[in-house]
Design a protein around this ligand. Sequence first.
Ligand code: HEC
Length: 278
Amino acid sequence: MKKNLVPMTLLGALLAAGMSSALAAPDWSKVPTTNVHVFHPGVTPLEWIQGKGEHSGATGLKKGETCAGCHVENGKLSLDVKRLQSKELEPKSAPKVGTYPVGVQAAYDASNLYIRLTFKAPSGSGDKSDKENEVKATIMFPNDKVEMGEQIGCWATCHEDVRTMPGANDKKTKYVKAGAMDLMQWRSSGKSSDGSVTDKRNMEGGKAGATAEGSKSGDAYTVTFTRKLAGNAVLAAGKTVTFGVAIHADHAGGRFHHVSFNQTIGLGADGDIKAVKQ
Ligand code: HEC
């Protein structure tokens, strides 16, 4: 009898520890949802964006305006999505659905940021190269060394010479010219990634200890990410941080995703999305 007492006490302590970490997870019913509209970006890498002849936003960008500053108005996209589905900007095959909303919720505590995405992943993808995953959801955060990171979000990693771009090298992954992005990804096959983007994309070895969980109900997905405030991008209470979302729907691979412009999360500060303190 006595022999069992110690292990039982230990077990109790372990259970209590498990319980308290489960209780620390956000109560999402108390966190408001903001819709972020993702869209198929076609072939519009940073080089296209900065090319004056092609993108009239290039001059404003040079002056410091952000992508979202010109292209998001009151939470809605101001963007010619049909043009992005046309042969001009999508030479291969565009997805049938050009844009759709992703519900974003955020919460934080002393050590973590939690982000929950809810969305209906559309069918009719232009590319079904990811046989293993029907859907992938990815979030990236630039650190302060990434050139124009806060201004352009994920476009800092998007270049004309990376895999799946027309005529590009299919071994070359997305990259930033300086600094690092934290990358976290949920895949419907069940694996998630805590990675980064430096001079290449790294699907593991991230600094933010990111984890992701997801589920599907009917055609609606719910994906919850947890990351440390520490990472390449250092988050903290009172700070506003830039992030971008990408969803690969209907087995899409590479650039055939739907993405957001640069968006912000305020941790007890202003932001497109206001993270609720837990
Ligand atoms: C100063 C305002 C401004 C900024 C900043 C800006 N854009 Fe634009 N963008 C425009 C305008 C105006 C057009 C439409 C005409 C054109 O293509 O020049 C456009 C067109 C586009 C298009 C093609 C679809 C369309 O509506 O014609 C994409 C994609 C795009 N911009 C993405 C971006 C991204 C990504 C960024 C940030 C890296 C960005 N823009 C920054 C003003 C801007």
